[in-house]
Design a protein around this ligand. Structure first.
Ligand code: FAD
Length: 279
């Protein structure tokens, strides 16, 4: 039987016309698996605002559900209001609402301090128009004072009007199951969708993981380090590990899978095929 757990894919907005063309080809390959939506990240401080909008416009024009990310740090209410209007005019119905991280050199935090304030603002401005996704951290956000605090802050975002959450990536399924269990104890019943990071290159993964606080378990780090420049072995190991993680997550009740594609199709497609998805 084919796997029918819903899936979605995340892109970053390409910087060049060539990148946009490549991404369109990536999208065609991924679209064959009928994802619920494609999302497009947003550089904090508005650095990618126009490119995010343009990529969303293209995805929507192709007939796919497109979900822009919107990070509020360094932004003003007027700016966010204008963006929401632009997305509403385009017919966009889903948004991923984030705080973001203040880019270096940007002095002012702007008019929003936390994602919960952005969620409340979107609801106040646009009512029930958007399905709002927020970020969740099974291994906790690096700036959180404590695990408990982070959980309560997550609840704040949900209470402000979010519909569902997508997690930071992780390689330890227990962290996800624990997080979902704790959320349910706090009365959060919304879907919490695991974010899945395929493993393509170890150095890149290690850099991301250090920055966002996602742990690469020691046994995985040691194995990946041991492969050195042997990219084929890194990818074969990565495929085994991530496909097994997805299997565990689905068996344990994950409502969907959200893939961080880094604008590449192959790694996500290999995982989907391994999991029994069919085009
Ligand atoms: P928040 O929910 O505001 O939390 C940030 C920190 O503040 C946490 O430590 C939290 O515990 C704490 N906190 C929250 N509320 C309070 C409060 N009231 N009092 C005290 N402390 C509080 N970044 C981008 O720039 N662009 C993107 O497109 C993007 N997409 C992402 C997509 C996903 C699925 C995920 C998981 C992350 C994404 N990020 C993106 C990264 C994200 O912006 C960073 O992780 C950022 O540091 C936190 O954003 P947040 O929305 O989780 O913030």
């Amino acid at each position: 039987m084919a796997n029918t757990t819903p899936i979605s894919f995340e892109f970053y907005p390409p910087q060049t016309a060539e990148g946009a063309e490549k991404l369109a080809a990536v999208r065609t390959r991924l679209a064959a698996f009928k994802p619920d939506f494609f999302s497009v990240t947003f550089g904090a401080g508005g650095s990618t605002q126009d490119r995010t909008l343009e990529t969303i416009r293209q995805i929507h024009a192709e007939g796919h559900e497109a979900a822009p990310h919107l990070s509020c740090v360094g932004s003003t209410r007027d700016n966010v209001r204008a963006l929401l209007q632009a997305y509403q005019d385009m017919g966009i119905k889903r948004i991923v609402a984030l705080r973001g991280d203040l880019p270096s050199g940007m002095a002012s935090i702007g008019e929003f301090q936390y994602a919960s304030e952005l969620v409340a603002f979107i609801r106040a401005e646009t009512g029930a128009h958007f399905h709002i996704e927020v970020a969740a951290y099974p291994e906790f956000h690096p700036q959180a004072k404590s695990a408990r605090d982070d959980m309560l802050n997550f609840k704040r975002k949900m209470d402000a009007g979010a519909d569902s959450a997508i997690t930071q990536y992780f390689y330890n399924a227990d962290a996800y199951f624990h997080f979902v269990e704790e959320a349910r104890k706090l009365g959060i019943n919304a879907p919490i969708v695991p974010g899945i990071m395929p493993i393509v290159r170890f150095s890149q993964l290690a850099r991301f993981s250090d920055a966002c606080g996602a742990e690469i378990p020691r046994w995985m780090r040691k194995t990946l380090e041991g492969y050195g420049d042997d990219v084929a072995s890194v990818q074969a190991f990565g495929l085994d590990v991530v496909a097994q993680l997805c299997e565990k997550l689905i068996a344990g009740g994950a409502p969907a899978l959200h893939f961080y594609t880094l604008n590449q199709a192959t790694a996500s497609l290999e995982i989907l095929k391994r999991l029994g998805y069919r085009t």
